[in-house]
Design a protein around this ligand. Structure first.
Ligand SMILES: [Zn+2]
Length: 156
């Protein structure tokens, strides 16, 4: 495990994934770590084919304290998909804009991570993410009892 890039806004971490049998690179906004109030934070990264999830437990210095692999994931996708972009953001209802903006930075994340970025309550972000998912802007993936949201892609 190592930090391979520490940019002003983002950190890129290289970590070994047992399912891929290779190192993968995970980029997250630094705000998710810098604004967190308890550590380690759990960041789930979905990737690969078949899709699987690797949860990273990250400390306040962006160090990875542990990982957990999840191979059983369920994708929940709306019929009408509208990939979220900076342009599409203009059409998003005002109350959902901060949540959508956080997702644009995160690319994939949980309500807890979005709440760290927006400073709102995770329960509120969970509702807002659900609304963005129903509008087709996000894809939702269930991993055990946990929802992970991703920016919808036009051609999956
Ligand atoms: Zn993997």
């Amino acid at each position: 495990m190592s930090i391979i890039n520490l940019a002003p806004d983002e950190v890129t971490i290289q970590i070994y994934c047992k399912a891929c049998q290779s190192d993968i690179e995970i980029t997250i906004p630094r705000a998710v770590v810098d604004n967190a109030t308890s550590f380690p934070i759990a960041h789930l990264h979905l990737h690969g084919n078949p899709l699987h999830g690797l949860t990273l437990y990250i400390d306040r210095h962006y160090g990875v304290r542990g990982t957990e692999l999840s191979e059983a994931v369920t994708i929940e996708r709306q019929k009408e998909i509208s990939p979220l972009t900076s342009l599409v953001l203009l059409r998003v209802p005002k109350r959902l804009k901060q949540t959508a903006l956080a997702m644009l930075k995160l690319r994939q994340g949980s309500a807890i991570e979005v709440a760290i970025m927006t400073g709102k309550d995770p329960t509120v972000e969970s509702q807002y993410l659900g609304q963005l998912w129903r509008m087709g802007y996000l894809i939702r993936t269930r991993v055990q009892q946990h929802y992970q949201y991703q920016i919808a892609q036009a051609n999956p």
